[in-house]
Design a protein around this ligand. Sequence first.
Ligand SMILES: C[S@@+](CC[C@H](N)C(=O)[O-])C[C@H]1O[C@@H](n2cnc3c(N)ncnc32)[C@H](O)[C@@H]1O
Length: 320
Amino acid sequence: MDKGQFAAGKYEYRHLPVLYREVTEYLTFSGPCRIIDGTVGNGGHSSLLLKANPQAQLLGIDRDGDALERAGKTLEFARDRVRLVRGNFSWFAAAVREAGWTTVDGILLDIGVSSPQLDDAERGFSLRRDGPLDMRMDRQSPVTASRILNNSPEAELARIFRDYGEERRSRQLAREIVERRAEKPFGRTLEFAAFCETVLGKSRPGKLPMPTKCFQALRIAVNDELGELKRALTAAVPLLNCGGRLAVISFHSLEDRIVKEFFRNQAAACNCPPGLPVCVCKHSAQLKILTRRPVTARADETAYNRRASSAKLRVAEKVQ
Ligand SMILES: C[S@@+](CC[C@H](N)C(=O)[O-])C[C@H]1O[C@@H](n2cnc3c(N)ncnc32)[C@H](O)[C@@H]1O
């Protein structure tokens, strides 16, 4: 997309999805094609992909009903080429079957929380806006952040803050949560953010606010984000045509590591432990990695979209 299009008022910077140029570049195909946007969100990437691929059919998935409504409006211009499905992206295979497809040419995952989810205090994702400790992307799911905080055993809480928040004092935090909830259960975001600062120390100017990682950990647990990502990657590969591409944008190192290791594993000709004289795993390379290093946003993008600065895009192509 060039500056002329901005100047002509066709696009506003704030509506541009993260890494919009790079995603469009990797997921442009010649002629008729089928694309899955597993995180259709506001329909930003889908909209660009439908424009870049005028003969594409697109299947847009999101677990958030509000997001699907927004996507429906954004993608109205290509209504005949779009099918929107509410559900988890790990259910790719079922969604593809229901659409009457067998294989696809491109799959995009732009994982994480969307700006509308973060900005709406009632969704409970933000540590800066007061709201219920909810954090569900799918509001029909029974598991909320307050349910986890107020009911999970201490060891499970410690595991969540250690594994998903990389918090060094996860055991202390879990112990103090259990003590505090016996007096008064946790219910609000700002209250929990203040509690994290009491236990872990005040946030320092210029650094990430202290409760950031605790909120990240809870959000990952509420939405089973890492489990979803692993299942989705595994489900995606068999659906791709030869030459089809899988593009994943992640926003923190836990997710990026999963994508990196999955791609590496799928691109390897053999996954036997080192030292075996002959291959026994019978594995063969399924993917070719197109991004040796993760692609990050250019300076002109991060200048207007701060969120883009933590985005990492990895792309792989199906080879057989
Ligand atoms: C960062 S936003 C995507 C924004 C989108 N690419 C756009 O251009 O508008 C991430 C979206 O993925 C959805 N999401 C996250 N995990 C999901 C999952 N496991 N299954 C389905 N949707 C998911 C969220 O509800 C959110 O709407």
